[in-house]
Design a protein around this ligand. Structure first.
Ligand code: FPP
Length: 228
C-alpha cells in the first residue's frame, strides 16, 4: 500500500450521527473528538507524516453560540484525555488558522499542547481551527508583501509563505458524510490531492475505513496533469 505523506480530513457528520442516535449534537462532537485520537493513532501507525484535521472553519461561527462554546471546549477535553498518549507516540501538535479570536482558555490549552510536543519528531497532527482556505492564501500574500518591494509573485512564493509551508503537499483529502464539497479547506494545498468522500459520519469512521480509503488512494494513478 502506498501511504500518503500528508492526509487532510474534513470531519463531517457529527450532528447527523448524534441525531441518528437520538442524542444532542454535542454528543456527536464529543464522540467525534474521541475519534480524532483513533484516527491519529492509526495514521501514525501507518507511517503518515502529516495529518491535518478541519476542526473549526471560519464559517462555523454562524452556528448557535451554545454549540460554538461547546466546540471551543473540545481541545481541553481532547488533550486532557490523550496528550500523554500522543507524547508516548512522539506525535507533534501544530495548529493552522487564526487562533487570535478563539476563547483565551482554548488558546492556552492549544499552546500548551504545541509547546509540550514541540520537540517530538514523529507524525505532525495539525488542527485547522478558525481556518479558511481563501484567508490562508490572502495571509500568504500579505506575508510576501511585508517582506517588501514586490512587483510580481510566483506560485512558489505562496507555497513558501502559506500556513502549511513546512509540510509536504496534501496527497489525500478525505471527507466523511458524503457531502461533495471542499468547504474552504486547504484550497491551495489540495490542488493535486486525491479526493475521497466516504459514506459514513465522522464518529463512525474507524481505522478499518481509513485503511480502505488509503487503499483506494493507492490504486489511483496520480498523473499531476501529465501522461503515464
Ligand atoms: C462537523 O460535523 C464537525 C465539526 C464542525 C467539528 C469537528 C470537531 C471535532 C470532531 C473535534 C475537534 C477536536 C479537537 C481536539 C479540536 P457537523 O456538526 O457539521 O455535522 P452535521 O453536518 O451532521 O451537522
Amino acid at each position: 500500500m502506498n501511504i500518503p505523506q500528508h492526509i487532510a480530513i474534513i470531519m463531517d457528520g457529527n450532528g447527523r450521527w448524534a441525531k441518528q442516535q437520538n442524542k444532542p449534537r454535542s454528543y456527536g462532537h464529543f464522540v467525534g473528538t474521541d475519534n480524532v485520537r483513533n484516527i491519529a493513532l492509526k495514521a501514525d501507525e501507518l507511517g503518515v507524516k502529516v495529518l491535518t484535521l478541519y476542526a473549526f472553519s471560519t464559517e462555523n461561527w454562524k452556528r448557535p453560540k451554545e454549540e460554538i462554546d461547546y466546540l471551543m471546549s473540545l481541545p481541553a477535553v481532547f488533550f486532557d484525555k490523550f496528550l500523554k498518549e500522543l507524547m508516548e507516540k512522539n506525535i507533534k501538535i501544530e495548529v493552522i488558522g487564526d487562533l487570535s479570536v478563539l476563547p483565551v482558555k482554548t488558546i492556552k490549552v492549544l499552546n500548551q499542547a504545541i509547546k509540550k510536543t514541540k520537540h517530538n519528531s514523529g507524525m505532525i497532527l495539525v488542527f485547522a481551527l478558525n481556518y479558511g482556505g481563501r484567508n490562508d492564501i490572502v495571509e500568504a500574500v500579505n506575508e510576501i508583501i511585508k517582506k517588501g518591494n514586490i512587483t510580481a509573485i510566483t506560485e512558489q512564493d505562496i507555497t513558501n509563505n502559506i500556513s502549511t509551508k513546512n509540510y509536504p503537499d496534501v496527497d489525500l483529502m478525505i471527507r466523511t458524510s458524503l457531502d461533495y464539497r471542499i468547504s474552504n479547506f486547504l484550497l491551495w494545498q489540495l490542488s493535486y490531492a486525491e479526493l475521497i468522500f466516504i459514506d459514513c459520519y465522522w464518529p463512525a469512521f474507524n481505522g478499518e475505513k481509513f485503511v480502505e480509503a488509503i487503499e483506494e488512494y493507492s490504486n489511483r494513478q496520480r498523473r499531476f496533469g501529465g501522461l503515464l
